[in-house]
Design a binder for this molecule. Structure first.
Ligand SMILES: [Ca+2]
Ligand SMILES: [Ca+2]
Length: 177
């Protein structure tokens, strides 16, 4: 490969990254066939529940989109709809039913080893928080609150999963290099 073609490849890869970032950080109507929900999983290095610059995305997990059922609440009767992995930490889903209630969860066997839930919905930026909690008392289910697939086909963002190394929220100063 010539240095010029290497440069061209790098430029294309950069454009693809910028495009992916733009798609995951805006809410817009899109055509059928594209993902309707982007879930960002990230590592909360200082366990404060807020995604500071430099806290990386978490790839290579398996997330499950579940339908919250006719009652629209999380309980034992919900159905799996889609399972999704990611090489980047941004997990796309297709949200099949307009107006239907869904949530994101882990199967217990897919929970990341040695990682715990970051504090729930800390801070005031819904794109830089953790939306996953333990909604069912007496169980180990990890799940986001129920959200509704928009009727107009707009993309759902702001459903995020922040994980940290400590089982309880301990606020540590973030080292900025
Ligand atoms: Ca943080
Ligand atoms: Ca969020």
């Amino acid at each position: 490969m010539t240095s010029r073609s290497v440069l061209a490849t790098l430029a294309l890869a950069t454009l693809a990254l910028i495009a992916a970032f733009a798609v995951t950080h805006q809410v817009s109507a899109i055509g059928q066939g594209d993902p309707r929900l982007y879930v960002v999983a990230w590592k909360d290095a200082n366990c404060d529940g807020i995604r500071q610059d430099g806290e990386p995305e978490l790839p290579n997990m398996t997330l499950t989109l579940r339908w919250a059922g006719a009652n629209g609440t999380i309980d034992a009767t919900d159905n799996d709809v889609e399972e999704m992995g990611s090489l980047t930490g941004t997990y796309p889903f297709w949200l099949p039913g307009a107006g239907e209630p869904y949530f994101i969860s882990f199967r217990s066997e897919d929970k990341p080893q040695g990682m715990y839930l970051a504090p729930f919905r800390a801070g005031d930026d819904p794109t830089r928080d953790n939306d996953m909690t333990m909604p069912l008392a007496g169980t180990t289910l990890w799940a986001t609150p129920v959200f509704t697939m928009p009727l107009d086909g707009s993309v759902v963002t702001g459903q995020d999963i922040g994980l940290c190394k400590y089982p309880y929220a301990v606020s540590l100063p973030l080292v900025v290099r």
